[in-house]
Design a protein around this ligand. Sequence first.
Ligand SMILES: [Mg+2]
Length: 395
Amino acid sequence: MSSSPLLDGERSAELRSRGNGPRVVVGWLVIAAVLAAPAAVIKRRLERATDELVVPRCSEPAVGYLIDLDGTMYMPQGLVEGAQDFFRWLRASGTPYAFLSNTGVKGPLGVQAKFLTPPFRLWEEPVSLRHIHTAAVATAQYLQDNAPNGSRMYVLQGSVSFGHPAKLDSCLRVLRRSARAFGSWQVRTDLSDSEAKEWAAHAGRAPVYVVTCDDGMLMDDAAGDPVTGRKGYTGWDFEVLVRAQWLLQNGGRLVTSAPDARNPFFENGLVLSKLGPGSLHALLLAATYPESADRAIVIGKGGSGGTHYMIDRGIAMLRDQLPPGSPPLDRRRVALVGDTLDTDIKAANLAGIDSVLVTKTGTHTLADLRSYPGVTPGCAVANVGELAMGEGGLG
Ligand SMILES: [Mg+2]
């Protein structure tokens, strides 16, 4: 069969096909690459692109900053990139600020000591205590406001040391320093089985509290139990949890310093986080449901007591820093800077203030937003150094 000349339409199609040859090849290569790539990788890339549209980069400074510590100013290895730049800018610009930490094992003195200790050294001078508030102090304040004289407290605590006995701090030490009623309470860090049963038997009449104030690790401080002096716990133990369970099932109240489910830690590309106080709170709630369901509170940022005992307190600290005659601080233009969606950003949303998510130094990234529906950062930066804006800043 002889070949026939191409009709106009067929010819132009052939010409288009020849002219598009390289593009067609590239197109097929792209499709092949897409098919070859793991679906999860493609999904993550598409989701990341979507997230970056949802949360804007921060472009305007706030009128004051409430600043998280772990994952925001430092990690277990030391200060994060940009921490010193941000702090220098806060001081130079006169912007009110307060460090607002969910730590349950140290008060402002402990944070101040940490900021002087390499590799966490932030400034050549101590950070003023007027700029530091912690969940340990907030827990003490909650108990001061709510626990009557004579209350019994089973304190499951953590402690921390910075290489020198004088720099040791613990939840118990914070309670002793911060709660005026401390001397009227029966505070124990180590109960025997028989003591726990006796407390449980009277929990309906004499108020009993189980206070878990730790950063995940249970560790008694050097002073031991306030009554017996016995060296207390060095880790979570089944018997410790069971004694707390007995108290909570028989009328005791559960007070936990912070809702953090974990403490972020990364090493060689692995996520090696450790349990946080929120995970242990959840465990105790599950073990005592339904008895303790209406008698439990979490104090730190993101907890049920967080707005009053952390955010409102932090904003009061910012107001105290304003020069005389300054216009009133607009609460809605105060920003909480943090790395964790379900503590920092949730707390800001609950309190009606602005928020900044740091995405490269702590627990969460923008890709985690879909796991926390309803939690919305006002804007995002890679690290706190990017918040040093305008005069004297980097941005
Ligand atoms: Mg944090």
